[in-house]
Design a binder for this molecule. Sequence first.
Ligand code: SF4
Length: 343
Amino acid sequence: MSQNFLHKIEKHLPAPVRRTGEQPDSAKLSAEIKKLLKEKNAALIAHYYTDSDVQRLAEESGGFIGDSLEMARFGAESPAQTLVVAGVKFMGETAKILSPQKTVLMPDLKAECSLDLGCEPAEFKKFIEANPGRTVVVYANTSAEVKAMADWVVTSSMAVDLIKHLTSRGEKIIWAPDRYLGDYIARQSGGDVLLWDACCVVHAEFDATRISELQERYPEAEVLVHPEAKADVIALANVVGSTSQLLKAAQQSSAQKFIVATETGIFYKMQQACPGKKFIAAGTEPYGGKVDCEANCPWMKMNGLENLLEALKTGNNQINLAADIIEKAMLPLTRMLEFRKKN
Ligand code: SF4
């Protein structure tokens, strides 16, 4: 764990928000938002890690719930003129890059991500310059500026496939920003992968000892792990995959119990997709002894019905990006979408 990285993100960490169940006025707020979405020809696109009332509203209003790749795809293909992105800032930026003619709104522009915060464009530029001749592959969880410097953008669902493909062409890789995911990809692909030093503080909290204790208690349970977790946690997994891949695994498995090592927002969809099955939150320990999220992303939880309604009413919290950044970042993003279609 790098002190430098912790120092970078510490000042941005919002107070943890741990909502439990429905907000008292959620029916009224949801009705108002649905009406405005229609009037403004807008679609609500929510990430799996947002609160259940936000996800439910996305479903009920004809919008979308997904992981970052699916959100990007839906936004680009949707006929809606306004995209309301309930997630974190890089997701709003990705929607804007792929649909520059559309208005992209977010409930709170301060909803960041420790990976994006841990990879400042100026520092990353120096890193690329110090390591010439390598193909630059960045995770979707980066700013538009960082994407604009990359050859490829990937999500966790396709990262291993892409690095295998590039390695088979003899390419050496720079990978940023998640070093745990990068380490996993390097081990899976056998590629030459140079890692940037940042991580998702939510997934890095999952703790192998705590998970082993749960396995002793629930020996029949399968362990589902997101690859942003540390290697010793990944080693305990029955299935390693992106949020969508873990959801699919839970649906397809004959197991009735699962220990889940990803952000807790996914439990809404997992319970909905597998009504009879039991999902147990994997154990965590504070990251670096300091960051204690208990698998709740503090930035994802900044998306609520109140600020969503406010953004729709006022048109505030728009994502705006410079034309040259959009143009440069569009290329590696389009490559990502094309690669996914073919593979
Ligand atoms: S869960 Fe991790 S990767 Fe996802 S938005 Fe939060 S900090 Fe970023």
